[in-house]
Design a protein around this ligand. Structure first.
Ligand code: SF4
Length: 467
């Protein structure tokens, strides 16, 4: 579509403010801009043509999508390009390595034929580690006949991730997104499923699973009726073992009107209430990167409305250079979250994919930021864990930096692991100022391997052989 501007109908006839506060908001049309619409965003006119060209180059490779709410209410255009929400949503030149940037820029400048450009874009994308932590090779479960169940991941014993095919986009895209491969239209790089019965069959057979995480993209882009098809059957007795339903979403930040004036917002609120009243723990795993995302009237009203259902909102997000690599930003964010009734949950380390070179923060600095931020908040905000790396063996948290018998070390532990026996066992890595990810660390005290390494390698070889 030429304008790439969609209007999602949000007809809400209610005029009175109900108790949950939703009726205070008029329906707001949803307008979204993608790469082809960059020139149609009036605020970008204040940037130089060179900078706008850079944005076009980068957004040819990495997904770009931003909506009017983000542009109007979250970005402070007087502070662009440094504004954190601008960095969070708009492409920046540094997101591509110089050689990749020059290659695509050259092709765009000389208006190269479409297929030549597409081949080059494809090559660059595949060089960006589209599926970090072996997610496709190792985590995709199988059905009873041994067939791979696309659209599901089962890495940790008690948790299944489900990627509904209607939820494989987001209201805006984060420039650093570790799931960017979901959005570039290459089916080979996508994880998605619309198979509600496959999900239910799998969960029925796997009674060790207690948690279902519906994720994406963002499941909140789905119509409520689709979400209902996946979730309502879980109220049957055969799914009693599914105690917790988590919904991974950034809609509270990028499009809070999803919970307010959208045409099926009431039905969504009703569905959440129904699940909670039936005894499920429902958790909205809300993705936040900066306190500014909590600071609009719509964001606060949406939070109130979701909380009124009994759903718990847990807040999490990665530590990202140019956006939130500052203890003051995290401390402020955690304070505001607690004030609004959210539970601070995770500070993640930026994953080893996509535009990582631009956004990554050394682990030493990540730990300092976490420590300095947590020292500024009260006990109720110290529920935030981190900095945590979602790596292939498991979620590894940096617990601290210290000295043991004269050697400076990172103290690490698994919060989650492929083998539950690894969880909570401290282990040590040699101090390294530059390291940004687990695979760059080496065991401390002259050890050759991590305590979990041989077992992990065996599991990995087994998984890769079966894939
Ligand atoms: S909301 Fe999540 S999945 Fe969507 S673009 Fe941002 S990081 Fe990626």
């Amino acid at each position: 579509m030429s304008a790439q501007v969609h209007a999602l109908k949000a007809i809400n006839t209610r005029v009175e403010a109900p108790e949950d506060g939703a009726g205070l908001f008029e329906p707001v049309p949803f307008k979204v801009y993608t790469q082809r619409d960059l020139d149609r965003i009036p605020q970008l006119a204040r940037l130089s043509p060179a900078r706008r060209f850079e944005m076009k180059v980068v957004s040819s490779v990495l997904p770009f999508r931003v909506n009017q709410y983000v542009i109007d209410e979250l970005i402070d255009w007087d502070k662009v390009p440094a504004d954190p929400i601008f960095q969070l949503t708009f492409p920046q030149r540094g997101m591509l390595a110089a050689e990749h940037y020059e290659r695509i820029a050259g092709l765009l400048r000389r208006e190269a034929p479409k297929d030549e450009l597409e081949r080059a874009i494809d090559t660059v994308r595949h060089a960006l580690n589209p599926h970090p932590a072996d997610q496709m090779a190792l985590n995709t479960p199988r059905d009873e006949d041994g067939e791979l169940l696309d659209g599901m991941q089962h890495k940790y014993r008690e948790t299944v991730l489900f990627f509904p095919s209607q939820g494989q986009t987001c209201h805006s895209y984060c420039s650093f997104c570790f799931r960017w491969a979901q959005f570039v239209g290459d089916k080979a790089l996508r994880i998605a499923s619309s198979e509600a019965h496959a999900l239910h069959d799998y969960l029925r057979r796997h009674t060790e699973v207690t948690d279902l995480l519906v994720t994406g993209g963002d499941p909140m882009v789905m119509k409520t009726r689709h979400l209902r098809d996946y979730l309502e059957p879980l109220l049957r007795p055969e799914f009693d073992h599914i105690q917790t339903i988590r919904l991974g979403s950034k809609a509270l930040s990028f499009w809070p009107h999803r919970f307010l004036g959208a045409e099926d917002a009431d039905d969504l609120i009703h569905l959440l209430t129904q699940l909670v009243e039936a005894g499920k723990h429902v958790a909205l795993m809300a993705h936040y990167n900066h306190w500014k995302e909590l600071d609009t009237e719509a964001a606060r009203a949406a939070i109130r409305r979701i909380r009124s259902t009994g759903t718990v909102i847990r807040a999490q997000g990665p530590l990202i250079a140019h956006i939130n690599d500052d203890p003051a930003v995290w401390a402020e964010m955690w304070k505001r979250e607690v004030r609004l009734g959210l539970v601070p949950y995770y500070m993640f380390v930026e994953r080893d994919t996509g535009a990582r070179n631009y956004f990554e923060v050394p682990l030493v600095r990540a730990w300092e930021i976490y420590q300095q931020a947590i020292q500024q908040v009260s006990g109720v905000a110290r529920t935030a864990r981190g900095p945590s790396m979602s790596a292939s063996p498991g979620k590894v948290e940096i617990q601290g930096i210290t000295e043991v018998v004269g050697e400076k070390v990172f103290v690490l532990r698994f919060i989650q692991a492929r083998n539950p026996d690894w969880v909570q066992r401290p282990f040590f890595a040699r101090h390294d100022e530059q390291a940004t990810w687990l695979d760059q660390l080496v065991p401390a005290f002259g050890e050759e391997k991590w305590f979990w390494q041989a077992e992990y390698e065996a599991l990995r070889d087994q998984g890769l052989a079966a894939a």
